[in-house]
Design a protein around this ligand. Structure first.
Ligand code: PRP
Ligand code: MN
Ligand code: MG
Length: 180
């Protein structure tokens, strides 16, 4: 285990099993369709890679980079588009892929944007859901794991851009971010 991690919340093996399960669910969900899978950079990168290899339909991939946290611990409440899609979403079936829903501001913003751009359907798959953090009205269609109100890192999730490469979801030692 990494020295900055207090506890492993979700192991590498649990994540792998869940990705297979969710990927197979997506196969059934999008059978006969050609969805556009949208990864929300940067956090969703490992999860997107792992679930889509179990999704056996035709699909297209694109990426959007939106940032709401910056370098802090909490959402600033502002969502900023850093990189927009390359693909037109009008009439398409969209699958937004996220690592975590916390306040829900990022996804609320994206879903509203894609509806405004006339997507045919918008679904959300998230690896983690932290219901205690929610301020915006948003729910995922598929959820991997519910997590408690702790600052979790790893498998795409960062603190100050670190820990995204950990193969598990862990809780940071309080001394790493200066108490709380
Ligand atoms: C994090 C996380 C989600 C979002 C969730 O991304 O990856 O995208 O915040 O928070 P919310 O529900 O409160 O909006 P962040 O903006 O830190 O960018 P990153 O993915 O590049 O780390
Ligand atoms: Mn993110
Ligand atoms: Mg972040």
């Amino acid at each position: 285990m990494h020295n900055d991690i207090k506890e492993v919340l979700i192991s590498q093996e649990e994540i792998a099993n869940k990705c297979k399960e969710l990927g197979e669910q997506l196969t059934r969900e999008y059978d006969g369709k050609f969805p556009l899978a949208i990864g929300v950079l940067k956090g969703a990168m490992p999860f997107m890679s792992d679930i889509l290899r179990y999704t056996e339909t035709y699909l297209e991939m694109d990426f959007m980079d939106v940032s709401s946290y910056g370098k802090g611990m909490r959402s600033s409440g502002e969502v900023k588009i850093v990189k927009d899609l390359d693909t037109k979403v009008e009439g398409r079936d969209l699958l937004i892929i996220e690592d975590i829903i916390d306040s829900g501001l990022t996804l609320r913003y994206l879903v509203d944007l894609f509806k405004y751009r006339k997507a045919n359907s918008v679904k959300i798959v998230t690896l983690l859901d932290k219901p205690a953090g929610r301020t915006a009205d948003i729910k995922a269609d598929l959820i991997g794991f519910e997590v408690p109100n702790e600052f979790v890192v790893g498998y795409g999730l960062d603190y100050q851009e670190k820990y995204r490469n950990l193969p598990y979801i862990g809780v940071l030692k309080p001394e790493v971010y200066g108490g709380e």
